[in-house]
Write a protein that binds this ligand. Structure first.
Ligand code: AMP
Ligand code: MN
Ligand code: MN
Ligand code: MN
Length: 276
């Protein structure tokens, strides 16, 4: 059996609804999965309220991926095993999600001024049930309308940090995120360190109360895995990993089960949900 501790649902920028994601994970014979939507736990609340979490067929770890404030680099913190009804956590996330809406309007306006004729309504239609409107949704509309050949082109040319249509939004500091996750009973883990593109920054983030490192990740080559594994050992951190599945054919992995980790890593993050 194998596991996957990083995936998104339609409650952030993934394609599949939470119940579809769980069904796909069961079909792929995964043992442990963590649902880690951007800045929201509503997808897991949705499963709980539908009686689908906890599940018999698979171990579901309630998780999250929170973007931290940083001026130059994309720092994402994963939280595993959080109490999805923790009031302080949900209050703070509501503020972050709120700020995403203002920023969404600003980015669409900037794009229009740059000559890309898209509307808020087009993006909202594509975003569907999302609670955390994001650059991904805007990027997909730009590709669908033929302005760019790929999502990657959109980011490289207009939406990456420092590019003309990029707008920052209110984000929590790394230390605040770590505390929120711990106070909600969870384990804070630094996501995809390679994508930070600066190992000194990675090392300094690990000194902020982080308890795990996402060593296994699709864009990590063998050398990265070994380097981050050593880093995790030196800092006495748990090792995690996942596919960052979003459910779109345009982005690897196209299906759950294509990128997995061994259960021995995943089981350390699982706690039976006995006190919900
Ligand atoms: P946001 O949270 O609004 O800042 O948007 C970031 C999201 O955009 C990430 O969660 C990714 O899913 C997506 N993203 C970032 N860079 C790329 C890229 N180069 N290609 C495709 N998707 C990307
Ligand atoms: Mn995403
Ligand atoms: Mn991320
Ligand atoms: Mn992710």
């Amino acid at each position: 059996m194998s596991s996957d501790l990083h995936m998104h649902t339609s409650f952030s920028d993934g394609k599949l609804a939470p119940e579809e994601l769980v069904a796909a994970a069961v079909a792929a014979k995964l043992n442990y999965i963590a649902i880690t939507d951007h800045d929201t736990v509503d997808g897991i609340c949705h499963l709980y309220e539908a009686g689908l979490y906890p599940a018999k067929a698979i171990h579901i770890i309630p998780g999250i991926e929170i973007s931290a404030h940083h001026n130059t680099h994309d720092v994402h913190i994963l939280g595993y095993n959080i109490d999805i009804y923790n009031r302080k956590l949900t209050d703070q996330l509501n503020d972050v999600v709120e700020a995403r809406w203002t920023r969404f309007s600003e980015m669409v306006e900037k794009l229009r001024q740059l000559g890309y004729a898209i509307t808020e309504a087009e993006v909202l239609k594509l975003a569907g049930t999302s609670k955390a409107i994001s650059r991904s949704h805007i990027a997909r509309v730009l590709v669908q309308k033929g302005f760019f050949a790929s999502l990657n082109d959109v980011f490289m040319q207009v939406l990456d940090k420092g590019k003309p249509a990029y707008v920052p939004h209110y984000r929590l500091e790394t230390e605040e995120i770590v505390k929120l996750i711990k106070d909600a009973g969870g384990i804070p883990v630094l996501a995809h360190p390679r994508l930070i593109h600066d190992d000194e920054l990675v090392e300094s983030l690990l000194d902020k109360g982080i308890e795990g490192l996402e060593v296994f990740y699709p864009q990590h080559d063998e050398e990265d895995v070994e380097r981050y594994r050593r880093m995790a050992e030196e800092h006495h951190l748990l090792i995690s990993g996942g596919s960052d599945f979003h459910g779109f054919v345009t982005r690897y992995p196209q299906q759950l089960g294509m990128f997995t980790i061994e259960d021995v890593y995943a089981e350390k993050f699982f706690k039976p949900a006995s006190i919900l």
